[in-house]
Ligand binder design. Structure first.
Ligand code: ATP
Ligand code: MG
Length: 413
């Protein structure tokens, strides 16, 4: 993409009411726009990154047999009443409204109820199980805390997945299969070394749930980390009895702030019983389906990547989720350098390299500042000087290493 046609501009200052580093940098780099507290729009560069994050998650979910769907945002009060999750006294973060035709609706906070009902139409026999379905969808939650930028939105994207199994034993296998796909996602986006599987409160569903917590001072959670065993415990369930269950000792654990990037729950038969989701086993007995749920927030993950990878001048994207792989920058007025850069851009694009080409009439200082903010993994500079050498100056973002490079090297970045 030519930067001269990109409608977003980088800027020196973030809005003064924005306190989160992730949102400040993403706004300054033109990735997102702040609509109001906890509500953000995604602009071309931000959307490219978000789509890449989604694609990593999608590939890993598909690899464990996930079937992608999209459910509606508008919710049917009736099914939520059946599980006792409609009442504001029970669930306090709904956005609700009245329907002109009468009655009420709400914007989905999560999707256990509607999917259990959908599955009730499709599952009837043990042969139909197990099933794993997931979606990417905006969730709406009237969150109180809005200090964490895109990591805590009132409207935010969630990957939510749900497994449906015949019994506890089958559920446990499904649960572990989906859960164990999560570290592969964190590895691909470059935070596996600082992301811990963490024991946490199971809420109304079960004694325990498991979370994936990424170590960062920007986190809202406190966890106790066992670095060698690569597991952790959330402070909310931290007690001797716990520790004993997990075989951990207090003096081996380090207290850390962390961001909950994902979590996985055992749901049992709570939803299937309430919504009539049953199947017939081999003997023809009617049984409730055992469910599990698997959440991961692509927008929170994007904010997390900014919190842990960025530095004072700007963003630093891991290649897998960067909006572009290469930032090609032409410097100076030199007509020959311009033509060379135009041609190189065309050739690279043809070869399938994702290039953002800064072809604007701007000073070197402005171009570098914008490039530092946007944080594309590789930068190639063409100027009258590099032309003399017949090469480009290639800089790797993560290490800052710079060297003159042949064009062919750019094909395989
Ligand atoms: P938290 O305790 O941080 O509020 P949660 O327990 O409400 O999270 P879930 O309801 O299980 O989280 O949501 C699944 C995933 O969705 C979370 O692991 C997180 O990645 C993401 N998520 C949850 N709430 C938000 C939010 N307000 N903004 C952005 N992402 C969110
Ligand atoms: Mg929450």
């Amino acid at each position: 993409m030519r930067q001269s046609v990109l409608f977003t501009k980088t800027r020196k200052e973030a809005p003064s009411d924005e306190v989160a580093k992730n949102a400040q940098l993403l706004i300054r780099a033109g990735f997102i726009h702040k609509e109001m507290a906890g509500v953000y729009s995604f602009l071309p560069l931000g959307l490219r990154t978000l789509e890449k994050i989604k694609q990593v998650i999608r590939e890993e979910m598909d690899a464990v047999g996930g079937q992608e769907i999209i459910m509606s945002a508008l919710q049917d009060k009736e099914i939520w009443s059946r599980t006792d999750r409609w009442d504001d006294a029970k669930v306090d973060n709904w956005f609700k409204t009245t329907l002109k035709s009468g009655g009420e609706t709400g914007l989905g906070i999560t999707h256990e109820e509607p999917l259990a009902r959908i599955m009730a139409d499709h599952i009837s026999s043990y042969r139909d199980l197990p099933v794993y379905a997931y979606q990417f969808q905006n969730k709406f939650r009237n969150e109180m805390r809005a200090k964490s930028g895109i990591m805590r939105g009132k409207e935010f994207l969630m990957k939510d997945g749900y497994t449906f199994s015949r019994d506890e034993e089958e559920h446990q296998k499904e649960y572990e299969r989906v859960r164990d796909a999560y570290p592969r996602i964190f590895k691909r986006v470059g935070i596996d070394d600082i992301t811990y599987r963490t024991f946490a409160d199971g809420g109304i569903f079960s004694d325990f749930s498991e979370e994936f917590q990424t170590i960062s001072d920007a986190g809202e959670d406190t966890i106790y980390v066992h670095e060698k065993k690569k597991i952790a415990i959330n402070k909310e369930v931290y007690s001797d009895e716990n520790l004993a269950k997990l075989g951990l000792k207090r003096d081996e654990l380090l207290e850390r702030k962390a961001i909950e990037t994902g979590n996985v729950f055992h749901l049992g038969t709570r939803f299937s019983e309430a919504l009539g989701l049953t199947y017939k086993d081999e003997e023809g007995n009617k049984k409730p389906v055992v469910m599990g749920s698997y959440g991961l927030g692509p927008t929170r993950l994007m904010g997390t990547l900014v919190e842990v990878h960025s530095y004072e001048k700007g963003l630093v994207w891991p290649k897998e989720v960067a909006p572009f792989t290469l930032h090609l920058i032409v410097l100076g007025e030199d007509a020959k350098a311009r033509t060379e850069a135009d041609d190189l851009y065309e050739r690279l694009t043809e070869k399938g390299v994702e290039v953002l080409y800064d072809d604007r009439d701007a000073s070197a200082g402005e171009k570098f500042a914008a490039s530092d903010l946007i944080g594309i993994p590789y930068r190639a500079v063409i100027s009258a000087k590099t032309l003399t050498a017949g090469k480009v100056e290639l800089t790797k973002r993560s290490s800052g290493e710079s060297a003159l490079a042949e064009e062919e090297q750019l094909y395989s970045l």
